[in-house]
Ligand binder design. Structure first.
Ligand SMILES: Nc1ncnc2c1ncn2[C@@H]1O[C@H](COP(=O)(O)OP(=O)(O)OP(=O)(O)O)[C@@H](O)[C@H]1O
Ligand SMILES: [Mg+2]
Length: 285
């Protein structure tokens, strides 16, 4: 992670006619946690994603940036098949988690969504206690002892830096927590469910700056053990928190395309594609 000053400073001085770096515009990593190959996604006849091939390195944080409507959420929601819930949604191509195409027939979608968990813009705790939220999926398995549930609650709330704040009121309603606490609780719930890939769609958009920083700190602590893909409108956040950045843009017919994917420090200091440079220096549109 480079500092914000170096990231945004160097580019503003750059010469528009400069030579571009020779790196590939879309970096492919070896053994990614998750990858897509030639994904086209549609809502009815509308093509929302065109030919997206991306990969998310194992144990690292990948940020997805790009203007509103370019398909960031559609891409994210395709990765754990949450978009299957939209009847008009169809997808061609492959989404690989490890060596499994998650769109193969016979894939257990419920297990997939546990393994590839999700945080949304508005924290969405279930209308039940803090404790019950964390152990929700373990209870669905129906075979966990109270000792295992207790241990999981403490471990996952410790991991999300919430334990000290809530240990005396585990049976209180989760909806009584602050927005930032609710988002950390939702993160604890995905960890308890066993997610090792976590998708986050603007998880800090509804949070104040201090709660935002706490989530970012947690993301840095968790990466290594989990792989994180985060959609963010906040370029500084992408620069601060991510190891890799994917830049998307609307192409022909307003279909979302992946323009560039690379190491965050390299992309922000020296983008390969002129369109990436225009976007991250604020010259876009
Ligand atoms: N359920 C839906 N039905 C039909 N079209 C949709 C649906 N969801 C999204 N779209 C369309 O797909 C395109 C991509 O939307 P998407 O929400 O993925 O963009 P985004 O990059 O996440 O935008 P934002 O930054 O505003 O959240 C848009 O043109 C949008 O109108
Ligand atoms: Mg979105």
């Amino acid at each position: 992670m480079a500092s914000e000053v170096s990231i945004l400073g160097r580019l503003q001085e750059s010469d528009p006619g400069r030579e571009r770096p020779k790196r590939p515009s879309i970096v492919q990593v070896e053994s990614p946690a998750l990858s897509t190959r030639n994904v086209n996604a549609r809502y009815g006849s509308f093509l929302a994603l065109r030919n997206v091939s991306m990969s998310a390195p194992l144990g690292e944080i990948t940020a997805i940036i790009g203007p509103s409507g370019c398909g960031k959420s559609t891409l994210l929601r395709s990765l754990n098949r949450i978009n299957d819930l939209i009847p008009s949604f169809t997808l061609e191509g492959e989404v690989m988690v490890g060596d499994q195409n998650v769109y193969d027939s016979g894939v257990d979608v419920a297990s997939l969504r546990r393994r590839v968990g999700m945080l949304f813009q508005r924290p969405a705790p279930f209308p039940m206690s803090i404790y019950d939220n964390v152990v929700y999926s373990l209870r669905l398995d129906g075979r966990q002892s109270k000792a295992v549930l207790d241990e999981t609650v403490e471990r996952c709330l410790q991991q999300t830096a919430l334990w000290d704040e809530v240990k005396d009121r585990l049976k209180a309603a989760a909806t009584g927590l602050s927005g930032g606490q609710q988002q950390r609780l939702c993160l604890a719930r995905t960890l308890a469910a066993g997610s090792d890939i976590i998708l986050m769609d603007e998880p800090c958009a509804a949070l104040d700056p201090i709660s935002t920083l706490r989530i970012e700190e947690l993301m840095r602590e968790l990466c290594g053990t989990v792989t994180i893909i985060i959609v963010t409108h906040n370029l500084q956040q992408a620069a601060r928190v991510s190891d890799y950045t994917a830049f998307m843009l609307m192409g022909e017919g307003r279909a979302g395309e992946l323009v560039e994917l690379g190491r965050t420090d390299e992309m922000f200091a020296d983008p390969v594609d002129k369109r990436t440079e225009d976007y991250i220096t604020g010259r876009f549109g």
